[in-house]
Design a binder for this molecule. Structure first.
Ligand code: ATP
Ligand code: ZN
Length: 293
C-alpha cells in the first residue's frame, strides 16, 4: 500500500508565507518546489505543502483537504464565528505574524471607551469579530463590511472609524488614524482538522507538531555555563532567567566551587551576566541552542 502523505496548508504569498516555510525548514524538513508553484513536497518525510490564499486555509483543513495549516488567529477566529461547519482547532501559537485587530479613527473622534463608538459606522474586513466585540461591550454601531483598503474608509466618508489589523501602526499613521482599542491579539497558529487519520499519518502529524514545538522553544532560549562558588548557587539560580533547576557538577580539585549549566528560556542580557559575576560566577559562557525537544 502506498503510504499516505500528510498535507500542510500554508499561505502562498503574503506576510506569513516566508516564515511558514522557514519554520518547516527549521524543523528539518527538506523542501522541493513542484512545477506548479502551488506545492512543495518534503523529501525526507511523507509530507506535502499546499500553498494557498490564507482565507482558504481554515476551510481546507476543516474539509480534510489538508491535515494541518498555518494561518493567522484572526482569520481562524473570524471564520469560527461565521460558519456552522466544523472549524480547525488551534494547536499552538507559532510566534510570528504578530498583530492585533484594533479599532482606529481620525483624531477628531473623542474616545472615552467602547461606548464612544455608539451610533458610528465602523468599516472592517472582520465583521464577525467586530460584531462580537460590540455585542460584548453592549454598543450599537453600524458595521460596514469591506473587502480591503479599510484604512481609506474615513477619508471617503464611508465610515467614522475602522477595525483593522495593525502591527507597527505605520499604515494607520499614514492615513491620519489613531489606534483606540484592541479587539483581538493575533499571531500565526498551527491548526488541525477533526478527522481521524490512519496510524502512519497520525505519527507524521505528531512528529511535525513535536518538531515545531522544539523549534519555537529553542528560539530565544540560551544554554548558559559558568563556574561558581558552591555557596552562591541559590543566588545564581535566582538570577538565571526562565531556567529550571540548573545542572551542577563538581570541578576537579575544588571543593568550594562547581560548574553550573542551565537552559534559559528568556533572553540573557548583559545585565544578567553582570549580576551573575557579582554573585561570584566566573568563566560565563552563553550559547545558542540549535534544537530542543
Ligand atoms: P492572501 O493573498 O493570502 O489572502 P492577505 O492579503 O489576506 O493574503 P496578508 O496581508 O499577507 O494577507 O496577511 C496575512 C496575515 O498576516 C494576516 O491575516 C495576519 O494574521 C498577519 N499580519 C501580521 N501583521 C499584519 C499587518 N500589519 N496587517 C495585516 N496582517 C498582518
Ligand atoms: Zn487573505
Amino acid at each position: 500500500m502506498k503510504p499516505q502523505r500528510v498535507h500542510i496548508a500554508i499561505q502562498k504569498n503574503g506576510r506569513l508565507a516566508e516564515q511558514s516555510l522557514g519554520l518547516i525548514r527549521a524543523a528539518g524538513f527538506h523542501l522541493t518546489k513542484s512545477a506548479s508553484d502551488l506545492a512543495y513536497s518534503v523529501e525526507n518525510a511523507p509530507i506535502d505543502l499546499w500553498c494557498v490564499r490564507d482565507d482558504d486555509i481554515p476551510t481546507f483543513v476543516a474539509d480534510g483537504v489538508a491535515d494541518l495549516g498555518i494561518v493567522g488567529r484572526n482569520v481562524l477566529a473570524e471564520r469560527a464565528l461565521g460558519a456552522n461547519a466544523p472549524i480547525p482547532a488551534e494547536i499552538m501559537p507559532l510566534g510570528f505574524g504578530r498583530c492585533r485587530l484594533a479599532i482606529a479613527a481620525p483624531e477628531s473622534l473623542t474616545y472615552a471607551g467602547p461606548g464612544s463608538l455608539s451610533g458610528l459606522r465602523i468599516a472592517t474586513t472582520y465583521p464577525n469579530l467586530l460584531a462580537r466585540f460590540l455585542a460584548a461591550e453592549g454598543v450599537e454601531a453600524e458595521i460596514v463590511t469591506m473587502r480591503g483598503a479599510v484604512e481609506v474608509a474615513p477619508r471617503l466618508k464611508l465610515a467614522e472609524a475602522i477595525c483593522d489589523l495593525v502591527s507597527t501602526g505605520a499604515t494607520l499613521e499614514a492615513n491620519g488614524l489613531i489606534e483606540l482599542q484592541t479587539v483581538l491579539e493575533s499571531e500565526a497558529v498551527l491548526v488541525r482538522g477533526t478527522r481521524t487519520l490512519d496510524e502512519a499519518s497520525e505519527r507524521t502529524v505528531q512528529s511535525v507538531v513535536a518538531r515545531f514545538r522544539g523549534v519555537i522553544a529553542s528560539q530565544g532560549a540560551k544554554y548558559v555555563m559558568m563556574n561558581a562558588p558552591r555557596a552562591a548557587l541559590p543566588e545564581i539560580s535566582r538570577i538565571l532567567p526562565g531556567a529550571g533547576a540548573p545542572t551542577v557538577t563538581p570541578l576537579a580539585g575544588r571543593d568550594d566551587a562547581v560548574a553550573v549549566h542551565a537552559v534559559c528560556q528568556e533572553s540573557v542580557f548583559w545585565e544578567t551576566l553582570e549580576a551573575l559575576k557579582a554573585a561570584g560566577a566566573s568563566s560565563i559562557l552563553v550559547l545558542s541552542i540549535e534544537k530542543m525537544m
